[in-house]
Design a protein around this ligand. Structure first.
Ligand code: HEC
Ligand code: HEC
Length: 180
């Protein structure tokens, strides 16, 4: 089931907004589990992912998370990358690096996501989602990120998404046949 969206390069979600389905291969297993649990609990409102997450048992989530973490193994870029001045000001204001780690690939905890190289339109949609509360089909309730994104305009979040997407990342979409 997951392959039909997360295994197709460039696949777009069209509801409730158009953006590319996030890359999950190479993501931290603990974060994948946390995200799936948040959809199941309704903390993340995305309707399709909610339905899917609710159909999974705890064991399914654990197995799938380990599988996707190992699906793409990309050598990390160790040399620090310096952001342009305008972006640096935004990153400093949000102390983003303090949690998401060097080059946005080494979060301080496995339950935090790698975000470097993720799709720019998805990053923007996810950042906006943390600003959105009390709506039935959009938004994410997460105390940590809600506090972060509140201080930024949509234009600033878009610029952050575009920058983060431009970094060399460890996330991939691994194409797979559904008929194996
Ligand atoms: C119909 C398409 C579709 C299918 C099928 C699907 N997903 Fe998703 N998935 C999405 C979209 C779209 C998002 C982004 C939702 C959002 O904005 O929160 C997403 C988000 C996620 C996330 C959060 C990623 C992140 O960076 O926070 C995880 C983890 C995930 N999906 C795992 C799975 C797994 C595992 C399966 C199979 C059991 C699956 N998905 C099936 C479309 C799909
Ligand atoms: C105090 C720690 C902390 C700080 C500071 C922080 N983040 Fe996060 N970030 C997190 C956590 C934890 C999550 C996962 C939340 C969840 O489970 O939905 C997250 C999620 C995200 C996501 C969603 C990724 C996805 O795959 O859906 C993006 C994008 C993001 N952060 C970008 C940023 C940016 C940009 C900044 C600075 C403006 C920032 N973060 C600052 C901890 C932090």
């Amino acid at each position: 089931m997951c392959i039909g969206c997360h295994g197709i390069p460039g696949y777009q979600a069209t509801f409730p907004e158009v953006y590319k389905v996030p890359m999950i291969a190479g993501q931290n297993a603990k974060y994948i589990s946390a995200a799936l649990t948040a959809y199941a609990k309704g903390e993340r409102k995305h309707p399709t992912m909610r339905g899917i997450a609710l159909s999974l048992t705890e064991q399914d989530i654990a197995d799938i998370s380990t599988y996707y973490e190992q699906q793409a193994k990309v050598a990390p870029v160790e040399a620090p990358i310096a952001p342009p001045a305008d972006i640096k000001a935004l990153l400093d204001k949000g102390v983003c690096i303090s949690c998401h780690g060097a080059n946005f690939n080494k979060p301080i905890d496995g339950s935090y996501p790698k975000i470097a190289g993720q799709h720019p339109d998805y990053l923007y949609a996810s950042l906006k989602a943390y600003q959105t509360e009390g709506r039935p089909y959009v938004g994410r309730g997460n105390a940590i990120m809600a506090a972060q994104v509140k201080q930024f305009s949509h234009a600033e979040l878009k610029a952050l998404g575009k920058y983060l997407a431009s970094l060399p990342g460890e996330l991939r979409t691994v194409p797979q046949s559904k008929f194996r």
